[in-house]
Design a protein around this ligand. Sequence first.
Ligand code: GDG
Length: 455
Amino acid sequence: MSRLIVISNRVSAPTADKPGAQGGLAVALSAALREADGVWFGWSGETGETGEPNFQTFDGVTSATIDLPEQDVEEYYDGYANRTLWPLFHYRLGLTEFEREFQGGYERVNRLFGDVIAPHIQSDDLIWVHDYHLIPLGWMLRQQGLTNRLGFFLHIPWPPTRLLTALPEHRRLVDALFAYDVVGFQTREWLETFHDYVVREMGGSIGEDDLVTVGGRTIRVIACPIGIDADEFIANATSEQAQAAYTRMVESSIGRSLIIGVDRLDYSKGLEERFNGYQRYLETRPDAHANVYLLQIAPPSRATVESYQIIRAQLDSLSGRINGAFADVDWVPLRYVNQSYPRAALAGIYRAARIGLVTPLRDGMNLVAKEFVAAQDPEDPGVLILSRFAGAAEQLDSALLINPYSPDDIADAIDKALAMSREERVARWRPMFENVRDESVIWWRRCFTDSLMRV
Ligand code: GDG
C-alpha cells in the first residue's frame, strides 16, 4: 500500500500540544494518514528561519512542520494568499490587492515547501496538496524530479474566467495546476468555470471521463464535495456538553425562537448582508418583535489583514445600531459574539435553534450548513436558510435557498421558516440529512484518493 502525503498551509492534525478535536477535515485526513502510515506537512504558524521539518507523531499520525521567515509570512500568507487570491476567488475584485512582491513571495514559499519536502518523499507515495496557498507546489515538486501521483484539491470557489484574467499572472497559475494528475473542486459549478478557462484561455479541450487536455498534457479534473464527520457530529449533538449548551440556550430564550449564525469573521460570509436582512425583518414585522432573536457567533480571523479589520468594525457598529433601534427593556434582538465555542457546545446550540441562517456571498462549500443539518432533532428539526451562492446549495437543495444580497429575500425566508409546519420542516430536512450522512468527509476523502489511485 502506498503512503499518503498530505500538504497544506497549516497542519490541523492533533499534536501533543494541541490534542483536542480539530474538525472534520483533520479527523478524515488523520484517519487516512494513520492507516497509510503517512505524513502531513505544513507551516508551523511560527516565524523564524526555515530549517529541516519538525517531525512529531501523536496518536498514530505524523506531522512535519516548518517555520517561515517573517517576510515570507507577509508576502505569501497575508499577501498573496489572503489579500490577492482569497478575495479574487470570492468574486471581490475591489478588495483584491495586486503586488508583485506578494506573487514573488508566493512562488518563493511554494519552492521552499518543495525543496524541504521532496527529500522525504518515497517513490510510490501518493501526494495530496490542499488549497489556494499551494497551487504551484505540484509544479515545484516536479522540478525536483518527482514522478509520484500528485493531487490537488481547492477548498474555495474557482472564479469566472473574466474575473481570473484580472490577475496579471493568471496563466502561470493555471499552467501550474497541470503538473498535478488530479485536480478536485467542491462543486460542478466550480468545475465548469474551470473548464471555461481551459477552453477560452488555453485552447484546451474537455474529454470523456473527467479528462482535460491542454497541449500534450492530460489531467483528471473532478468535482468532489467535502462533507463533515457526520457520525461524530450526530453523537456530538446529544453529548453531555451539547445538552448543557442546549439547556443554556433554551433557558435564556424564554420561549423565543433562536436564529443561529456561526462563521469565521470573514467578508465572504455575508454577515453584513445577514444583519441587514434581519433588520429588514424587524422593520417590516413589528408584531414579531420579542418572539425571535439572532445569535451570531463570529470568531475573528486573519486580523492582520486590513479588509478584515474593516469588516469587523462595520459589524460592531451595525450590531450596535440594530440593538439600539429595536431592543426593549427585556429583549435584545441580536446577540453578537466574537468568541469561539467547543464543537460539542456548537452542536447543542444548533439543535436549540429554529433557524440556521447561512448567507455567504460566495463559499467553496460551507460546512456550518451541514453541521446545522446533522445536529437537528429528527422529530422536530429547525429550518436551514442557505445562500444559493454557497457550494453546499448544490447538495442541500431542499433548504430555503435565498439571494444573500437581498434583505427582502432574507426577511421573507425568516418569516416563512418561523411559520413552517412541522411536517414541511421534516420533509425538507430529511433529504438534507441523508446527504450529509452519506456524503461525509470520509466519503469525500475516498472520492478524491480513489481518483488519484487510478492514475
Ligand atoms: C473553507 C472554505 C469550505 C466556526 N466557529 C466556530 C467553529 N467554527 C467552525 C465551523 C466549521 C468551520 O469552522 C468553518 O467551515 P466553513 O466550511 O464554514 O468555512 P471556512 O473556514 O471558510 O472553510 C469553505 C471549507 O474550507 C472546507 O473545505 O467548506 O467553503 O471557505 O466547521 O463549525 N468551530 C468551533 N468554535 C467556533 O466558535 N469549535
